[in-house]
Design a protein around this ligand. Structure first.
Ligand SMILES: NC(=O)c1ccc[n+]([C@@H]2O[C@H](COP(=O)([O-])OP(=O)(O)OC[C@H]3O[C@@H](n4cnc5c(N)ncnc54)[C@H](OP(=O)(O)O)[C@@H]3O)[C@@H](O)[C@H]2O)c1
Length: 305
């Protein structure tokens, strides 16, 4: 599960205790993969709000889960890239109350060449501080350059039924090289749940949905046929539209592990239960064929973290 919304991105954040319980409930329900980042803090100002929550929630169960966090390098790093990244990592480990990271991502490319980042990540693997490393929101050329220096564990890019750019090159590359592909915003920021209508008012404060182009009124309206299609499949499968959209990608690729995000305890469980919604080959093909016939209106855009 993605933990970002407990700190940033989708309006009012819950009380800390609620967020901690939501994470612990998810674990009790079988979730073993948690995603955070050093920059997830209210309004993206400050560092570590989300990591502190995740760290508290996972106390005592940390070794049973796969934990992923991300660092941001700003511009051209002065001095050793390794030392800079290690400093970021030590801060994250501290806040997450752990002494190793399972997957450590570079959150966005900056002025630092990816080969230098890959080399530093390789050293951190040798140090025993991280088990694997990853890149986020990158193209296949960057992935390939990085992979040649230190093999990658995971790529985290945007991917959903309405954001399928990664299908042409990136996911096939990842499959060929044994790299996990971790879709962020897999429910298209809520669009594919069917709970968003052209009339939906997003929150005023720290809510990325106000500037996500795919969630303009016009595009929400344009994408309704896809939502309707999901509704109709969901009815047949006794599931929800959000679950069908996740079951679709789980069926489609063996190396795809989506991280839906929600700050709502019930929806977190709903999303986790998508793994129980198993599509037959015939159902998947019907869904895929229908999806291919629909025009997608708007992209999520590359802003936001
Ligand atoms: N690498 C990156 O650059 C990057 C960028 C963005 C996000 N991420 C990571 O990816 C995770 C997921 O991204 P995301 O939060 O944008 O994904 P998302 O699940 O596609 O969108 C979250 C939005 O959808 C709503 N939602 C989720 N499940 C729902 C359901 N079953 N029914 C109705 N509404 C539902 C949530 O509302 P409620 O909260 O009200 O349920 C929230 O508004 C984040 O937590 C973060 O860890 C990474």
């Amino acid at each position: 599960m993605g933990c970002m919304a407990f700190s940033h991105g989708y309006g009012q954040i819950p009380e800390e205790q609620y967020s901690i319980e939501a994470i612990q409930n998810a674990y009790a329900h079988g979730c073993t993969f948690f995603d955070t980042a050093e920059v997830y803090s209210p309004n993206l100002s400050g560092i570590g709000h989300n990591e502190l929550i995740v760290g508290k929630a996972l106390q005592g169960i940390r070794e049973n889960v796969v934990l992923a966090t991300k660092l941001m390098l700003h511009g051209f790093t002065v001095g050793s890239v390794y030392k800079t990244i290690r400093n970021h990592l030590e801060g994250s480990l501290d806040r997450l109350q752990t002494d190793y990271m399972d997957v450590y991502y570079l959150h966005r490319m900056s002025g630092v060449p990816v080969e230098k980042v890959a080399e530093a990540m390789g050293k951190l693997i040798d140090d025993g501080l991280i088990r694997g490393w990853g890149l986020s929101q990158v193209d296949v050329d960057v992935i390939d350059r990085a992979q040649k220096v230190t093999p990658l564990a995971a790529i985290q890019n945007i991917y959903s039924m309405v954001e399928r750019d990664s299908e042409s090159e990136i996911i096939p590359y990842c499959m060929e090289h044994n790299i996990g592909f971790v879709p962020f915003s897999p429910i298209a920021s809520g669009l594919l749940s069917g709970k968003i209508t052209p009339q939906t008012q997003f929150e005023k404060h720290d809510d990325v949905r106000n500037w996500v182009p795919q969630l303009s009124r016009k595009n929400i309206e344009g994408n309704q046929p896809i939502v309707e299609m999901l509704r109709s499949f969901a009815e047949k499968k006794n599931a929800t539209p959000a679950q069908i959209s996740l079951a679709w990608m789980l069926h489609k690729y063996p190396n795809v592990v989506p991280i839906p995000g929600s700050k709502n305890k019930e929806r977190i469980i709903e999303n986790l239960d998508a793994s129980n919604v198993v599509l037959t080959e015939q159902e998947f093909t019907a869904l895929e064929n229908e999806l291919n016939q629909h025009k997608v209106y708007g992209h999520r855009g590359l802003g936001g973290f």
